[in-house]
Write a protein that binds this ligand. Structure first.
Ligand code: ZN
Ligand code: MN
Length: 503
């Protein structure tokens, strides 16, 4: 099967994608009991009668989880319902001890929002409508431990009852690349809001994608044609955005091939569920998806409905802080950097933006600080791993190096070497400068170097003598080759002085 990079204008179809995202909220305790939500504890150590679904236990809602969900929904431009309730979604699965999940069915706490994504390189820009955001509890985890040499499946219920926000988009996305870009923007927003850590390795953010093709058909006898739609496929439970993109690229191509062979349209076949096999790079059919009637939803009798007042909405709004879109614009304006630069910085998170602003304030030039941030700090950070908080070089030290470059003590490439040395040795900038011999070029050495340069460049000397002072720039590069420690600013001034003193 041919794999295509993404939906291109030349494709004979439009790829139509909607996403369903489950994100774990950043609470200390579960949604309906006091058990810890900490990740990585020994199996079944964070459970109680309520999250185990034992008879007689009663759920009590965690209001913090609800408030975080409201904050997320507001940032996604959703309407908050003044009255919302809980429902039981019944299904049988070993990691669901109660035999139902407490979720929200016909009265979700929020609906009708949108989130826009703009690719900074201009590849796409898309406003995606959000149908609903609701709150529900997570299930436990089944571990099919084939590596242990048994066919056993073991169950860990530590995750059962963890609060989840489910975000359901309209099928507004038009390519796998857009879908990935939108997910990145959504994740960034949720992290900025403090709603979730969105740690995908730990399963804090999981994605289901709905995809089908819209195929324009030619009309007969010059009549206008119609659009054929392929059956919708839902790809379940992906926990990396790269997987989402690859799965969608694969699935669009697969549906196109199937369409050409069968011409089966949407409605002639039920919605199909497929799983993404990442190592194999293909989707495989799974069970047929239940219709909502199969879940036998009914109102949860053990929980009271929730009301949300205007005052509570105002409090949640105040706790939101600026979303990434606002921060990008503010950063670009304040520090006079491009939209692209602001995007790179904001996409790294709040701590990195603070680090950048500290550096920019010390340097006094946003663009210079942004260049150093991207070319040196960020690149090194990506190589080393870890967070900006753990980065061994401080904004003060980088500002010190930049200040010396601006004074003309050395040029940027030499500055980079100093940065690298400060990074690995942990020494102070001044000590590194001294140990590299940069400050040690004596006045006598400087005079000797400049005289040598003048003797070798009679044309430049004549030009400068004739009033073209800028011609002296040609001497700096040569000086650097002869003695990399010589201060370019001092070389320039000394050469000019020597030329003026010539008869
Ligand atoms: Zn519990
Ligand atoms: Mn769900």
């Amino acid at each position: 099967m041919s794999k295509q990079p993404a939906t291109a204008a030349s494709d004979p179809y439009i790829t139509v994608i909607g996403l369903e995202v489950h994100v774990q909220l950043q609470t200390q305790t579960k949604l309906f009991c006091g058990c810890s939500t900490r990740f990585g504890s020994p199996p079944n150590t964070q459970v109680c009668p309520t999250c185990l679904g034992l008879p007689g236990s009663l759920p009590v809602m965690n209001r913090l989880a609800f408030d975080l969900a409201v904050r997320a929904a507001l940032a996604l431009n959703c309407k908050i319902a003044p009255f919302t309730k809980w429902d039981r979604k019944n299904y049988f699965y070993p990691d669901l001890p109660k035999g139902y999940q407490i979720s929200q069915y016909d009265l979700p706490f929020s609906s009708d929002g949108h989130l826009e994504v703009i690719d900074p390189k201009g590849a796409f820009s898309r406003k995606v409508d959000i149908i609903r955001v609701h709150l529900e509890e997570d299930a436990g985890k089944s571990m099919h431990d084939e590596a242990a040499g048994t066919a056993d499946t073991r169950i860990d219920l530590n995750r059962a009852g963890t609060p989840l926000c489910e975000i359901v988009s309209q099928p507004d996305l038009r390519s796998p690349q857009e879908a990935r870009g939108w997910l990145n923007e959504l994740k960034l927003l949720l992290v900025y809001l403090g709603v979730s850590d969105c740690n995908m390795q730990e399963g804090s953010l999981r994605v289901d994608a709905n995809v089908n093709l819209h195929i324009p058909l030619p009309g007969e006898g010059g009549a206008e044609g119609r659009i054929a739609k392929t059956p919708i496929v839902e790809i379940k439970n992906m926990n990396s955005f790269r997987s989402v993109e690859r799965a969608l690229i694969y699935e669009a191509a697969r549906q196109w091939e199937e369409w050409q062979a069968t011409k089966v349209e949407m409605g002639k076949m039920p919605k199909q569920t497929r799983g993404w096999d990442d190592p194999a790079g293909i989707t495989r059919p799974q069970r047929q998806k239940e219709e909502s009637s199969d879940y036998r939803y009914f109102p949860e009798p053990d929980l009271v409905p929730v009301t949300v007042s205007d005052a509570e909405i105002a409090t949640a709004r105040a706790a939101m802080g600026d979303p990434p879109t606002v921060l990008r614009a503010a950063l670009a304006e304040k520090w006079k950097i491009s939209a692209y630069d602001a995007d790179v910085l904001v996409n790294q998170g709040r701590d990195l933006v603070a680090w950048y602003e500290d550096l920019a304030t010390r340097v006094g030039e946003g663009k210079v600080a942004s260049n150093w941030m991207q070319q040196d700090v960020l690149r090194t950070l990506n190589e080393r791993g870890g967070t900006i908080a753990e980065f061994p070089v401080t904004p003060e030290q980088v500002a010190d190096i930049i200040g010396r470059v601006q004074k003309g003590d050395f040029d940027t490439s030499r500055g980079r070497e100093i940065f690298a040395e400060v990074l690995t040795s942990g020494k102070a900038v001044a000590d590194v400068v001294a140990s590299m011999g940069i400050a040690a070029v004596s006045d006598d050495d400087l005079v000797a170097l400049c005289q040598e340069l003048l003797a070798a460049n009679p044309k430049i000397v004549a030009d400068v003598k004739g009033g073209k002072e800028q011609a002296a720039a040609g001497l700096i590069g040569q000086a650097k080759k002869k003695n990399p420690n010589a201060n370019p600013g001092k070389v320039r001034q000394m050469c000019l002085d020597l030329i003026k003193a010539l008869p």
